[in-house]
Design a protein around this ligand. Structure first.
Ligand code: C2O
Ligand code: CU
Length: 457
């Protein structure tokens, strides 16, 4: 595949190696605190960020499958926060959702998170209070749960791909809460980083095999990614292994989604290879690889599937509880009004309260859950997108499968991109008791009304 190559914003040929993410193995405190970091293009100074342990991304948390994670979260930010462990099938009390599973951890306060991780795979953590501001300032970190028998690779790299909105001074643009963003596609930025740095050049060897763990940590940008000079297979999505690896040159990653790729360097010595993002017909580097030397004479055989995690199989879909979820609102939508805090409001009244979207006629977190499930019940939710925008719907606590019209089941995921004016049906086994959030992971959409919850008895 041939792609034109240039850097995003075309302002720099960043040459630094990707930073090594520090490993916090024995640390028991996870502190959210303002910091300074050079995230902007070359020629700009450091940017004020908010980070776990003061950096972007936060420390890598890496545990074996079935292991336990204990962290005392210490909030040294100027506003309340929490930690949500995205994609982990977790004890509900540890899910970190302010307003549903816990109160905000106020400045200076702590909260102890303690849970076990049932599934191997690529996950991440982030706040769940004013998430649209806190994540845009850099609060997020990687969480890897190791397979007991990991696939054979030469390197295992994580790419947390972020989209920042910086102003002319290279500072974070303080335009939070703009109705224009909240009612349209969300806060789309103007500068892309990988692991909190400008995309960089790395040296690889021909026929080297890499595991790339891609995570979209942007507030709202959907990444359209492509491989150049690399042959790749998707082996897992949103942490969960595929039954069979899928050969992939291109893939779409919606906010919060992950993809684990196994990639072989097929470009020859002296050539270049790259992971790029495609944006309006142009390609921008997320990583450039210079090929030097050979790892082996021939490419390795195609990768095998990763071992499945202990996620229960769906029950009978015919007798499953069925629920519809209607998404409405936003700019260019047909919505006339919705219920907010138990009262019917017009579109104008909603806008005055920063609300632009509704799920089943309710803007904001409803008092009543979308559904109540018996423990172990199989649930089907038909998501009807009656808006002019795509939405990345994320269900906490469970992985679901897309159910195609002919009944075919898609791969396990925790976030599904539902294109505008499209309908998608998902199904999951409600095996974990508690109150679980279900929301659009375009964070401005969540803040502007797109959230609901499910109750499992
Ligand atoms: Cu990444 Cu409600 O979560
Ligand atoms: Cu949305």
């Amino acid at each position: 595949m041939q792609l034109s190559r240039r850097n995003f914003m075309a302002s720099t040929a960043a040459a630094a190696l990707l930073p090594n993410i520090s490993v916090a193995q024995s640390a028991t405190v996870l502190r959210a605190v303002p910091g300074m970091q050079h995230i902007a293009p070359e020629g700009f100074g450091e940017t004020d960020i908010w980070g776990y342990e003061g950096g972007v991304p936060g420390p890598l948390i890496r545990v074996p499958q079935g292991g336990r994670i204990t962290r005392t979260f210490l909030n040294d930010l100027p506003q309340g926060s929490s930690v949500h462990w995205h994609g982990i099938r977790i004890d509900n009390k540890m899910d970190g959702v302010v307003g549903l599973t816990q109160d905000a951890v106020e400045p200076g306060d702590t909260f102890s998170y303690d849970f076990t991780v049932p599934d191997a795979g690529t996950y991440w953590y982030h706040p769940h209070n004013r998430t649209w501001e806190q994540m845009a300032r850099g609060l997020y970190g990687p969480l890897i749960v190791e397979e007991s028998n990991p696939p054979e690779v030469d390197r295992d790299d994580i790419f947390l791909i972020d989209d920042w909105r910086l102003n002319r001074d290279g500072k974070i643009d303080e335009s939070f809460g703009q109705p224009m963003d909240w009612s349209h596609a969300g806060r789309i930025g103007n500068w892309i980083t990988v692991n909190g740095r400008a995309p960089a050049v790395q040296t690889v060897k021909q026929n080297e095999r890499m595991r790339l763990r891609l995570v979209n940590v942007a507030n709202a940008r959907i990444f359209d990614l492509a491989l150049d000079g690399l042959q790749g297979w998707i082996v897992a999505l949103d942490g969960q292994p595929l039954d069979k690896p899928i050969a992939a040159e291109r893939l779409t990653l919606a906010p919060s989604q992950r993809a684990d790729l196994i990639v072989d360097v097929t470009a020859a010595e002296g050539e270049n290879a790259a992971l790029v993002m495609l944006d309006r017909g142009e390609a921008f580097y997320l990583a450039q690889f210079t090929v030097e030397g050979r790892a082996r004479d021939a490419q390795m055989p195609e990768p095998e599937a990763l071992p499945q995690n202990p996620v229960p199989a769906l029950g009978d879909l015919e007798t499953a509880q069925r629920v519809d979820l209607l998404m409405e609102g936003g700019a260019m939508g047909q919505m006339r009004g919705a219920v907010m805090n138990g009262e019917a409001k017009t579109m104008g009244e909603l806008a005055e309260n920063g609300m632009f979207w509704a799920l089943n006629g309710v803007a904001g977190l409803p008092d009543e859950p979308l559904l109540t499930a018996e423990r172990g019940e199989t649930i089907r939710i038909k998501i009807i997108n009656d808006t002019g925008f795509p939405h990345a719907m994320h269900l906490h606590g469970f992985h679901f499968r897309k159910i195609e019209e002919d009944g075919t089941q898609g791969p396990l995921r925790d976030t599904i991109l539902v294109e505008r004016n499209k309908t998608a049906e998902i199904a999951f086994v409600a095996d974990n008791p508690g109150d679980w959030l279900f929301h659009c992971h375009m964070l401005e959409h969540t803040a502007a009304g797109m959230l609901t919850w499910v109750k499992v008895a």
